[in-house]
Design a protein around this ligand. Structure first.
Ligand SMILES: Nc1ncnc2c1ncn2[C@@H]1O[C@H](COP(=O)(O)OP(=O)(O)O)[C@@H](O)[C@H]1O
Ligand SMILES: [Mg+2]
Length: 249
């Protein structure tokens, strides 16, 4: 990544009309622990348009997990706004937050988090079941997603009968089943060897090429290099926010 252009200055104006997946406005997250105060996020602002592919990087302790928890509606900021599809979700109830989390955000974790007793189809279907959204077209949708991630011929396999890369493909299919606002991936290739990492990153890239918005938390340069935009955190603040000039925008 040799050619980097600053992406911050014109960004908010440019996106004022809308068409963003989400917007984070001056977010602070302060932890109070045994009389000690930790300022994990200290005024973070950025927005992500629909169809973007961003990587969020930063050294250990810089606030990545804290930001992930806010973006994933697992936690609320201490102050500041988090606008998701136009609504400020930073002040809504736990119940509403969990509904948005379950219905509108697609999670992909380092450890896949598949249910071992379920096959591929059933794992992909889990978020629909949780949300009581099983309709007559659910099976068809899960089958299409299995095809999309290249596992159309493995739909009755269980996780133990799949490679790590295949398991992560199931998790990616599952993350898409509710048509989320965006896919939030946390060190999604952290358990994979380099060849499988490339394959999974190829899949994220093709999803993004078909219009999916992707937010990838990673500490690996090779992984971030595949994103179109890279945000770096340091000490709870954005240190840089640049377009990746090595990738077609
Ligand atoms: N639940 C918590 N209670 C208190 N402090 C926390 C908590 N979670 C994180 N922190 C602190 O907040 C800062 C940012 O942590 P974190 O978001 O986990 O960073 P990263 O994921 O980039 O390593 C660190 O100083 C960490 O010790
Ligand atoms: Mg972390």
């Amino acid at each position: 990544m040799t050619h980097l252009a600053d992406h911050r200055s014109d960004q908010l104006d440019q996106n004022a009309a809308g068409d963003y997946a989400f917007r984070v406005e001056n977010i602070f997250r302060t932890y109070f622990l045994k009389g000690e105060t930790v300022h994990a996020l200290r005024g973070v602002s950025f927005d992500v348009r629909n169809g973007e592919y961003i990587a969020i990087m930063g050294p250990s302790g810089s606030g990545k997990s804290t930001l992930l928890n806010v973006l994933g509606c697992l936690d609320r900021p201490t102050s500041g706004r988090y606008l998701l599809d136009g609504d400020d979700v930073s002040k809504i109830s736990d119940y509403q937050l969990s509904r948005i989390r379950g219905r509108r955000i697609g999670f992909v974790f380092q450890s896949y988090n598949l249910l071992q007793q379920l096959n591929v189809m059933e794992n992909i279907k889990v978020p629909l079941q949780y949300q009581g959204l099983i309709g007559k077209d659910a099976n068809q949708k899960c089958r299409e997603l299995a095809n999309l991630v290249g596992l159309g011929d493995r739909i009755y396999h269980r996780p133990t009968e799949l490679s790590g890369g295949q398991q992560q493909r199931v998790a990616i299919a599952r993350s898409l089943v509710n048509d989320p606002y965006f896919v939030l991936a946390d060190e999604a290739t952290g358990n994979l060897d380099s060849k499988t990492t490339e394959e999974v990153l190829d899949l994220f890239e093709s999803l993004n090429n078909s219009g999916k918005t992707i937010v990838m938390i990673t500490h690996e340069d090779e992984v971030a290099a595949r994103a179109k935009r890279i945000i770096r955190l340091r000490d709870g603040k954005i240190e840089s926010d640049v377009l990746n000039q090595d990738r077609p925008q």
